[in-house]
Design a protein around this ligand. Sequence first.
Ligand SMILES: Cc1cc2nc3c(=O)[nH]c(=O)nc-3n(C[C@H](O)[C@H](O)[C@H](O)COP(=O)(O)OP(=O)(O)OC[C@H]3O[C@@H](n4cnc5c(N)ncnc54)[C@H](O)[C@@H]3O)c2cc1C
Length: 540
Amino acid sequence: MKRLKFWGWGFEDDVVPQSEIEWMESTWGQRFGVSGFEVTPTPRAEDIRLPAPRLAIPAALTEICTTDHYERVLHSYSKSFPDIIRVYRRECPAPADVVALPRSDNEIAAVLDWCYEMNAAAIPFGGGSSVVGGVVPPSGGEYRGAVSIDMRHFNRVLEIDPVSHCARIQAGTFGPALEAQLKPSGLTLRHFPQSFRCSTLGGWIATRAGGHFATLYTHIDDLVENLRLVTPAGVIESRRLPGSGAGPSPDRMFIGSEGILGIITEAWMRVRPRPSFRATASVRFRDFYRGADAVRMLTQSNLYPTNCRLLDAEEAQYNGLADGTVSVLVVGFESADHPVGEWMKRALEICADHGGSYDPQDPSAEDESHRSGAAGRWRERFMFLPFFKEHMAARNIFRDSYETAITWDRFKDFHADIRAAGLEAIRKATGREGSVTCRFTHVYPDGPAPYLTFHGLSRSAARLLDDYWAVKSAASDAIIAGGGTITHHHAVGREHRPWYDRQRPELFARALGAAKRALDPKGLLNPGVLIDPIGPTASP
Ligand SMILES: Cc1cc2nc3c(=O)[nH]c(=O)nc-3n(C[C@H](O)[C@H](O)[C@H](O)COP(=O)(O)OP(=O)(O)OC[C@H]3O[C@@H](n4cnc5c(N)ncnc54)[C@H](O)[C@@H]3O)c2cc1C
């Protein structure tokens, strides 16, 4: 298996072409009014100094546990921007002591037993693509060490039920391997987060990931039929059912639990035939809010487009879709059963009613339409942009997102406020203008999920982390003040905690804490993620 990068996005052998680096430097150089950037060299694993492991692997676990330096480094960071900054600073404030690579539920149980015996924190690890510090060991508390439990050996589609259109899939299966194993059956999960290449089914379920579908099945939640998870208190497996009214759903309790209640080892997932009919179009709007009105009408029309991504003018330009004067809506339909041209026709009528314009030849019902034209360009750029992040950190540019959801009635003011909060914070922190752009990642009949991307240039590498947090905090404060959610699909992890704590009802946190105590009495599973650790090891 290829090694994941510890210093940024993708695998070790993913190299960004020099021409792209030059494009990035010239785009952002012009934007920030500078002629060049100071560049911090990419760190090598040996540049990251780690203390000796605090735990000695017991004889019974030597086959599945390691203290290999690269593995420890990889498992000590998430892909959040603050973690990338720490990597470039060669700092590792909360290292994993041991990395466990179990191959079965029994081996997971044995690792958890050892953590319990040693009072060590146990951190479930899928692809490590968390952007909120969800896989980073705790830095405080009275833990005698930290064990990262990597699910990479749980990498198979175990069974396919072609009658019910479901598949039993192991939690550590990465996106491409999962789709490759489903392909011969003509079925697909169609869950394509931007991190698809380097993230796993278990991670998607544990974080309530948002994927391919812009409407209807936006989150992984709706694709989960049952779950199996190993907890320190035992194994839990729910029934395979298409639906059930028998009390609160056990699956829903574990979906989004971010590794604090147990380790998901497999799930029956709802899959579907691969689509053979597609229609894709891009629509231009002079005014972003007119585009948003069109999207609202689309979401309330029962058409349920598969793709419905509205990009503001600056974001559309950055993605190579337009010249910076118009917002662009990429809209698409797909089906394995019937042509979707009629759906598209009606969607374009709705867009036209709101001032949208499109090229007559653009809407096409060809199978490959999603790979060509503006939609194809957006798709290509969408998959490539994450590779820039570490190169920006190396040049003292901070680049990250704040993503949320809000009801339509509050959208315009909310969007204006959270965008202004980001821009103002960048100006204040860095002394120069930055950029905050917006797109909708997912949309609902009652509101959109706006995703704002921000860029700013720090005066020095030493200020980068503080500047970043000044902007992220101001934007997060504005989101909570405006009634939005601190995250639509990036999870809570460690980094969204202060705002999640203000968003979730206190009594709910106590109920979640009680559930955690029942399953993880010593509070050793991912302590500090989602809620404070509870149990004898809890820090005050
Ligand atoms: C470039 C990039 C693009 C992204 N795009 C998207 C996107 O489009 N949509 C989206 O939703 N997210 C996105 N993310 C965020 C991230 O990919 C998701 O949160 C993803 O679901 C994490 O999956 P993972 O396998 O990498 O999990 P990890 O990062 O390894 O873990 C995430 C959390 O889940 C827990 N966990 C992992 N596996 C298990 C398990 N088997 N049992 C219990 N707990 C577990 C971990 O302890 C941690 O708290 C993106 C991230 C990056 C870096």
